[in-house]
Structures are given as C-alpha cells and as structure tokens.
Write a protein that binds this ligand. Sequence first.
Ligand code: PLP
Length: 447
Amino acid sequence: MNQLPNSIEARDIAFQLHSYTDARKHEDNGPLVIEKGDGIYVEDNNGKRYIEGMAGLWSVAVGFGEKRLVEAATRQMEKLPYYHTFSHRTHGPSVELAEKLISMAPVPMSKAYFTNSGSEANDTAIKLIWYRSNALGQPERKKIISRVRGYHGVTIASASLTGLPNNHRSFDLPIANILHTSSPHYHSMKKDGEIETDFAKRCAQDLEDMIRAEGPETIAAFFAEPVMGAGGVVIPPQGYWEAVQPILKKYDILFVADEVICGFGRTGNMFGTQTYNLEPDMMTLSKGISSSYLPMSALLVNEKVYGPMADESHKIGVWGHGYTASGHPVAAAVALENLKIIEERDLVGHVRDISPAFLRRLHSLGGHPLARESRGVGLIGAVEFAHEALSATPGALGGKINMAFQEQGLISRNMGDAMAFCPPLIITEKQVNEMFDIAESGIETIA
Ligand code: PLP
C-alpha cells in the first residue's frame, strides 16, 4: 500500500467509512483504488488492469466507458438537470422510462414507481403492500415472508427482508412482521439421499407450513430473487418455483420478484421471471437498468396492487411517500439509453450465446480439488470452495482466494467460501476464457 500521508490510500483510511469492510483491517491494509474502466476491464492507480468479473456490484451490464451513456447524461444535464415527480409534477425522461419498463415487463404490469437503489425499491414495495392491506380493510395482513440467504438490501425494512446474519446481527434486525422461510440451496440443505425435486418440494412445504402456522390471513407478500445473488448465487432447485407459486396463489399472497440482479439479461432472458416462468405481482429493478452509471431503481406493480392503492390515496388525499430524486431526469435518460443499447446489441441473445462457454469453464473450476460445488445460469455463477481444506473458519479460504484472484488481475467477490462470477454482459468468449484462466492460476497459488 502507498504509505505517503497525502496518498489517496492514506486519505481514504483517514476519512472514508466503507461498506462490507472490517474497519480495523482496512486501517492496516488500505484500499484498492480503481481509477478508470473500459469494457470488462478496470485499472488501478498503479496502472494494473483487472477483469471486472463482478461487473462492479453485479451491475455494469454494458461495460465500462460506454460513451453513449455519457452523452445521454450530458444532453439531459444541459436541458433539465433536475426535477421531481411529487404532487402531479413530471418530466419527459421519467415518463418515457416508466412507459418503456411497463412495455418490457414479462407479465402485465400497471405502473412504475421510481427509487434510487434496490434497497429503496424493496422498502417502497413493503410500504405499498402494507398500505394496500389497510386500503382493503385487512389491517392484520402485514406479515411478509422472504428467504434465508435472500438479499434485498440494507435499509431497515429491506435489511430485515435480507436473510443473512451479517445484515441482522448487531443491528437489532429483523423488524416485526418479516419472516424467513428455508433457503433453497440444495447442496448445503439437502438431507442424506434426498433428490433435488424432493428437496424443492420440502422447501415449498416449509413455506406452506409457515403460512398455516402464522395464519394465511396475516400474510401479505412473499419476496424472492429468481436466482439468489449475494446469498451465494443460489440457483433454484428443479421444481422449486413450480411448487412455490401455487401456494402463493392458494393463499392470495402477493409475489414480489426482486429482479435487481436478474433483470436486464443476466440469466439469459430479459428478466429472471421469464427464465423461471414466474408470475409476480410486483417487480423491483435496479443495477442493470442503468448499468449503475447513475443510481436508478424502479418498482413495477400490477393492477391488483395499484387499484386499491389508488383508491386509498384518493380517500386520504395522498400516497405519502417519495424520494427527492425519484425518477431523476438524468438517471432516467441514462437508463433509457442503456436499455436501448441492451436491445440494439441484443445483449440478451449474446448472454445465451456465451453462457455455455461460461458455464463450461465455471464447472471446470468447480472440479478443482479445493472446490465443493459450482452453480450457474446465463452469465452468473459461483464456485463453492471447501474451507476445511485450509482452515476451520468458514470464509477464510474465500477471502484468500479473493486476494489471489486480485493479485492475478481478476476482481471477483467471495460470499463466505463461494467465489462469484458475474461479468459485464458484453464479455466475449475469449474474455470468458481469459477470466477463468486467471482464476485457475490464482487457485494454484493457494493449493
Ligand atoms: N436486491 C438484490 C437482489 C440485490 O442484489 C441488491 C444489492 O446487491 C439489492 C436488492 C439492494 O440494492 P442496493 O445496494 O442498490 O440498495
């Protein structure tokens, strides 16, 4: 690390607090300073290049350095840098983006509501669900079920939905009315000899048992990612969604698909909802919507949600919710241009073309003696390493591999001992091979 007192590293340690970082370790080790990016690559302040194997945080779909997004932002900045969408006010970019998202939605959706992060989109979804229950005269229908290992954000309500210990421990979370049903991770949760389809049925039965134990009339909604991302890239076991969805319908429970990672091509269709034949009532979108060039997220709701909500806001005068930057015109203009690029370049078709090569190399890495399992779909995957091979502490091996990959020029992300791969959607087959070649040589420095 650069130790000079005026270096960016020293000033980072002095002044900045980081997410998902051991603060004391950071004081000793300092940051990795990324200075620029181009395509699937980023470069640090020493001129070292890395493949961004995580597309930032699962998000830079069109890659770094996309000039069209810069130009779209500049045009909108010059015309109208800011306006809001409160109290009957609106502007062109937010209307256009709402119309675009409703037209892209794979199931009938009625309205788009804009927020600025995945957490805010999920938080807003919870508030809207509670508001709707009150509007329907069902004030007892407030409980929401999400899943162990699900990730839905970090605001107080969305962190409560998240089913990971680090997001609850020491924060006094989850809040009341948020329940977690079983994780659908077959390899870690299956019983001895249990086949995948039986495991999927058992997960669905756990959900139904929870609904019945709590009282179906108290359950308002079920939140789930089509494929779990930050919880370790958990691909739904065979038969899972086919078993879960009828239960939600049976008890008239709203289904919220958190498409924050899966949306906009990641799983080989525009939405994870299509990959797994889902029929959500609400969808939350972020990340790929603008390739994270600017913060943007959206909540799509169907008529079943919008109708009672609109009647209620008419009764009391307003829907008392909103963010200063909801539907920000510059972020909306960038998102529109980003979606245009995804469609014009047929990045969804590209993901389908490139996915077999990606999965072949992912599973081949998963065959390494230090690995336990590999899993993936489209252009998202993970290899689970066996921490017992090196240390008794879960996560220690993942941390080590993370650093080894970084040394070799690959940015990945370890979730415990699972290494995730989620590159920009524009990655070529040659670059997929380059990425896994680096990963393989990184592992060899450990083994
Ligand atoms: N939902 C999912 C599936 C996510 O992966 C994330 C972030 O990684 C979020 C919600 C939260 O989004 P944000 O970090 O923008 O608040």
